[in-house]
Design a protein around this ligand. Structure first.
Ligand code: ADP
Ligand code: MG
Length: 430
């Protein structure tokens, strides 16, 4: 089997490394576009940007790829799946119209309302005057969340404590064009306090199989302080997801969403990722949907996956999940992201990574933003490395990951010291 993976972060490195373990899927050749220095050890790099959907389809056609796996959201929103399907090429991911559940927060909100999926109260505004009026009327209360409609790499949701802050946030999006076209409309939402959980399923258009549970760590700094990021670490299983809630999420959120998308002529194939808040009443509400694997959630999920990844993703792409069973390792997995100085606001790129620990059984040093400059390993972005470890217990997995993180030499690097700390507290270990 020939496989093309689209993307160049640690999520795609995890996918490529897992495909290399495939035994029953008979994976022969793996290509990755554009990839990075770490991915180059497991796959042939193809110098085509993830956003260049037509050239990617040409390439897949030339090599006769049996499967293409799309990591990031941007190519999905640009219609990569539609382009591949038009040419009869097999691809893992949702079409553009299905991916709109992530690509437009306004579409998602109205869709969820149509299908009675539990959500915060919201308003959609296309002009600053409208936003100011809605904020001043105060129906949504304070704090509130002002969100850009389109894709913003995790930077477009602004939590506002006061009316002044909220009005300023709306102005920065609608008048200041802070996120360009992505912020031409905003969604203003009531703020739901509670416990945040992520819930991911594999979906083949009609059926859904839950993936292993994950807790991510979105804030930059320890103790969930500092700005939101793309994600600074993850732990699987998520100890904050109880079984009863699991069932309720499936029945009140996931199943109606998949059925609704089908009914509206946008059947969803790929990973459907629900970002949820469990409120004080114990009921889950949808904060947002993503249309792909989370990064770094993917890293810990794949570390625990015992089933063959290639066969699983082929079954999703072929709409054939009916008889598929997915097996998970009992061992917990953790991922600690090592980021560049200045990330997320003013990332300093182009620094040399002077020392990198070796991977070993149960420990992966996944590359997120690296390139080789001769013999030198250089950084190319914010989230540089994702150190991912399995362990017999959560403390063991954490010790293994942090021992490796401690060996990395990168000037100005930042990482959280408390990945998994809330899970440890739940276990009564800390
Ligand atoms: N209605 C809400 N109530 C409380 N917190 C929210 C709400 N909406 C978003 N958040 C917080 O903001 C973060 C980012 O919002 P989200 O909708 O996931 O956008 P994105 O991931 O595109 O930045 C969430 O992970 C959550 O912590
Ligand atoms: Mg989110």
């Amino acid at each position: 089997m020939k496989i093309l993976v689209v993307g160049g972060g640690a999520r795609e490195h995890a996918i490529v490394a897992k495909l290399r373990e495939s035994t029953i899927g008979a994976v022969d050749d793996i290509y990755c576009a554009p990839g990075n220095a770490g991915i180059a050890k497991h796959a042939r790099l193809v110098p085509i940007a993830a956003s260049n959907t037509v050239e990617l389809a040409d390439f897949a056609q030339t090599i006769k790829a049996d499967l293409t796996i799309v990591g990031p959201e941007l190519p999905l929103m640009l219609g990569i799946v539609d382009e591949f399907k038009k040419r009869g090429l097999r691809i893992f991911g949702p079409t553009r119209s299905a991916a709109e559940i992530e690509g437009s927060k306004a579409f998602a909100r109205e869709f969820l309302t149509r299908h009675h999926v539990p959500s915060p109260r919201y308003a959609i505004c296309g002009s600053f005057d409208e936003a100011e009026r809605i904020l001043t009327e105060g129906e949504l209360g304070l704090p509130c969340v002002v969100k850009a409609d389109g894709l913003t790499a995790g930077k477009g949701a602004l939590i506002c404590e006061t009316l002044e802050e909220a009005v300023a946030a709306a102005a920065s999006l609608l008048q200041g064009k802070r996120f360009g076209k992505a912020g031409e409309r905003v969604v203003i939402e009531e703020f739901i306090p509670g416990e945040e959980v992520s819930f991911m399923v594999l979906c083949d258009g009609t059926r859904a199989i839950p993936l292993a549970s994950v807790q991510d760590h979105k804030r930059l700094k320890d103790g969930d302080k500092g700005p939101n990021t793309g994600g600074m670490g993850a732990v699987s299983p998520a100890l904050n997801l109880k079984l009863e809630i699991h069932k309720e999420i499936m029945s009140t959120i996931i199943i109606p969403t998949i059925a609704g998308l089908s009914k509206e002529g946008r059947p969803f194939s790929g990973v459907l990722y629900a970002g949820l808040m469990i409120g004080a009443d114990g009921k889950p509400k949808v904060l947002e949907f993503n249309a792909r694997f989370g990064d770094p959630e993917c890293q810990v999920i794949l570390a625990r996956l015992k089933s063959d990844l290639a066969s699983l993703l082929v079954a999703v792409a072929d709409g054939a999940l009916a008889d598929v069973k997915v097996e998970w390792a009992k061992e917990p997995a953790v991922c600690v992201v090592v980021a560049s100085e200045g990330y997320p606001e003013n990332t300093i790129k182009g620094r040399e990574i002077r020392r990198l620990p070796d991977a070993e059984e149960g420990l992966q040093i996944l590359h997120g933003a690296t390139t080789l400059d001769g013999q030198k390993l250089m950084t190319t972005g914010g989230r540089v490395l994702a150190v991912t470890a399995l362990g017999a217990s959560l403390p063991q997995a954490l010790n293994r990951a942090y021992a490796a993180v401690g060996q990395i030499e990168l000037e100005g690097s930042q990482y959280r010291r408390d990945i998994g700390a809330s899970a440890l507290r739940r276990l009564g270990v800390a």
